[in-house]
Design a protein around this ligand. Structure first.
Ligand SMILES: CCCCCCCC/C=C\CCCCCCCCCCC/C=C/C(=O)SCCNC(=O)CCNC(=O)[C@H](O)C(C)(C)COP(=O)(O)OP(=O)(O)OC[C@H]1O[C@@H](n2cnc3c(N)ncnc32)[C@H](O)[C@@H]1OP(=O)(O)O
Ligand code: FAD
Length: 631
């Protein structure tokens, strides 16, 4: 059968709620989400087996964005598809993949790593997998409360299998963290298997349909062949065959960090669409007292809040794709046994995941605030987008922890520069900074990019000097590192920003040669706006580390304001171009037809508190008090 994904899925009636999910209980919400998730999964399986075929392009992202509208919150199968499958595909041997990745598999899985006691410091994970050579099995065990797995999405009620990260023990020797496939519930009855204690962790700020769960093992046995064995093996006699790089086990986190950048671009495009469309409809106060009230989008301060969100969505779309291609390249190299590019990819993924999630959550919140009171309504969908987006600052590597990983990489290159050793081309600017080869400031995108590199060099130098000073004062390295950690994270943040500016500007200039002149102008305006915005935000750093002057900063400010005026006529067109359907946007404020007030009233009428003209609590509680002496 040939289908058009959008229309096919949008026409499945059971996928769309009559009652907004905010009115459902925790339990009802989950049950409703599960109903929908399995309808979508069935479609995906039919797509996979070729029973149905798609006539529209961009298949995975299409399905992803449509399912995003179906689940106002989160698809409970997100981790099954996004992490369980992809980890097996990346880390299981060919034979294991052939067995486990069947399209009609009974397994519904999740990715189980974090414990009550350890999330960031994964070497501290306490769950053990001990090899028993007499039975050719691993024994999974949770030695204490802090070792209980806690957080995995879909674990609470949905999953019957999982990939577990545990410390591998063979003959009393610990070989560190490895990944194991464990069945946890009976495929038929869905009851937890003997030795498994599993449940859901309770309501959260968002992700309330993801049934995040807890899990404990009581000497639970799995076959030896359930360890993911593409990169590392345990043989029948207990021989341990080491991986080519000891961080290959962390590969799923690396991949998800890369993927997340694009996902956050998409979340930003939703928030920008809602806030810009609403700002075009909403009128509040005249600008000149004798004129009619103006669209709030005409207030320059409103443009300042919103246009950076549009630009940032494009930045993360472009940089997300750039990272995706790098990941593909490095993975191909790893297949050939060449691990050389892995540290750089890890360092880039860490800081870009950290900054993209932090930017996205701050900008989504800015869009919500830019919609005034109405942005606070759940029906605007902005609170849900915020709750979803802000979680990304924490999961898949907490913000600061990831920035500190990138700092290790920066410090390594600074040390080379300080010792006058050869540097790779992309860090040649460290040497220029040391030699004080400062460029004359240019008020242009290229000049700003150079300025940001000077900030990276200056901040890395400051952090490095502090580190050295702490060492000279007799501190151990780890302690000296901790004492310098504020400066180290600052350096990483600056590094991410310089990458974002450079990649976005270069890619935009290249793209501009391939599109119409009028489109090229708008794309370059957006890219320039992004660079100017951040140059102004970081003007203090530019004053400290580059050759910028006060006059230059004033000129940047004028150009920035000019850009806001230039973008204003295209603002609505720019968000329409994100091409997000109303059914996916789920927002009274952001729908394409602009019927904001009508939609708000329609949504309010769905409130159960409007079902009765007089709520029964009036008779039970209010009247007895207010009418007490008057009856
Ligand atoms: C129906 C649905 C339809 C779907 C259709 C599909 C279409 C899909 C399309 C789009 C999908 C996009 C959606 C994506 C959205 C996903 C949503 C996800 C939901 C949430 C899920 C959340 C999951 C989780 O959170 S899982 C748990 C994650 N946990 C963490 O991230 C822990 C963080 N901690 C760490 O990573 C580590 O502890 C550490 C790196 C901080 C430290 O590790 P350690 O071993 O201690 O190492 P250290 O001593 O610091 O360093 C030693 C050297 O190792 C280097 N290194 C560290 N890590 C790596 C690595 N990964 N790779 C390479 N090298 C690494 C490090 O740099 C050191 O090197 P050096 O040279 O010594 O400096
Ligand atoms: C919505 C959501 C979904 C999730 N889904 C999953 C899942 O599917 N599977 C899974 O396994 N996990 C999942 N997680 C868990 C997630 O990966 C962890 O919460 C995350 O890695 C952070 O770890 P933590 O909670 O232990 O924070 P902590 O590490 O305890 O962080 C607390 C504070 O300590 C600071 N800190 C910690 N270590 C350092 C350090 N070395 N240096 C400086 N500061 C430090 C942090 O910066 C932070 O400010 C999910 C979490 C959330 C919120």
């Amino acid at each position: 059968m040939m289908i058009h994904t959008n229309n096919y899925i949008l026409n499945i009636k059971e996928l769309w709620d009559d009652v907004p999910e905010e009115y459902l209980s925790h339990k009802e919400r989950y049950e409703n989400a599960i109903k929908k998730a399995f309808i979508v999964l069935k479609v995906l399986r039919q797509l996979h087996t070729g029973n149905i075929q798609i006539t529209d392009h961009r298949t995975p992202t299409n399905v992803y964005s449509i399912q995003d509208g179906i689940f106002r919150n989160v698809n409970p199968l997100l981790i099954h598809i996004g992490l369980f499958w992809s980890t097996i595909a990346a880390q299981a041997s060919t034979e294991q993949q052939a067995e486990w990745l069947q399209p009609d598999s009974s397994m519904i899985g999740t990715y189980v790593q974090t414990e009550l006691g350890h999330g960031s410091f994964i070497r501290g994970i306490e769950t053990t997998a001990t090899y028993d050579s007499t039975t050719d099995e691993f024994i999974l065990h949770t030695p204490r409360l802090s070792a209980y797995k806690w957080w995995p999405g879909g674990l609470g009620n949905t999953a019957n299998a999982c990939l577990v990260m545990a410390q591998l023990y063979i003959n009393g020797t610990c070989h560190g963290l490895h990944i194991f496939l464990a069945q946890i519930r009976d495929f038929d009855t869905h009851k937890p298997l003997p030795g498994i204690k599993v449940g859901e962790i309770g309501p959260k700020m968002g992700f309330n349909t993801a049934d995040n769960g807890f899990l404990g093992f009581d000497n639970h046995r799995i076959p030896r062949t359930n360890m993911l064995m593409k990169n590392v093996q345990v043989l029948r006699d207990g021989t341990y065959v080491k991986p080519k790089h000891d961080k290959l086990t962390y590969g799923s986190m690396l991949l998800t960090r890369v993927t997340l950048i694009s996902d956050l671009a998409y979340q930003l495009s939703k928030a920008a669409t809602i806030a810009v469309r609403y700002s075009a409809v909403r009128r509040q106060s005249p600008i000149k007292s004798n004129e009619p009230e103006r669209q709030i989008l005409d207030f320059v301060s409103q443009q300042h809040k919103l246009f950076i969100t549009i630009a940032s969505s494009h930045v993360y779309r472009v940089v997300g794709l750039w990272m995706w291609n790098s990941h593909k390249r490095v993975t191909a190299d790893i297949h050939e046994g060449n691990m050389g590019q892995l540290p750089e990819l890890h360092a880039l993924a860490c800081c870009l995941k950290a900054i993209s999630s932090r930017d996205a959550s701050a900008l989504v919140e800015q869009c919500r605030l830019a919609c005034g009171g109405h942005g606070y309504m759940m029906a605007s969908n902005l609170p849900q987008i915020y709750a979803y987006t802000t979680a990304a600052v924490t999961y898949e590597g907490e913000y600061t922890v990831l920035l500190l990983q990138t700092a290790r990489y920066l410090v390594k290159f600074w040390r080379l520069a300080a010792e006058h050793k050869p540097l790779p081309q992309n860090f040649a600017y460290f040497e220029d900074y040391i030699k004080k080869n400062f460029e004359q400031w240019r008020n242009s995108p290229e000049g700003i990019i150079e300025g940001f590199k000077a900030i990276v060099a200056g901040k890395t130098k400051a952090a490095y000097d502090t580190l050295q000073c702490n060492l000279r004062n007799g501190r151990e390295f780890e302690e000296a590192w901790n004492m310098a950690s504020v400066q180290l994270t600052n350096a990483s943040e600056a590094y991410a920003r310089s990458l974002l500016c450079e990649v976005f500007w270069k890619e935009t200039v290249q793209l501009s040669t391939k599109v119409s002149k009028s489109l090229a102008i708008v794309l370059e305006q957006l890219a320039e706006l992004y660079l100017m915005y951040w140059a102004l935000e970081k003007h203090g750093d530019l004053l400290l580390y580059s050759t910028i002057s006060r006059n230059d900063i004033e000129a940047l400010q004028s150009r920035y304001e000019e850009l806001l005026a230039l973008i204003r006529p295209n603002a609505v067109g720019l968000v329409d171009a994100f091409d997000i359907r109303d059914e996916v946007l789920c927002s009274t404020l952001g729908a394409y037809d602009g019927r904001v007030y009508e939609r708000m009233m329609e949504e309010a009428s769905k409130s159960p508190l409007n079902e009765d003209v007089v709520n029964e609590s009036f008779h039970k509680y209010i009247r007895p008090v207010t009418m007490k002496n008057k009856l």
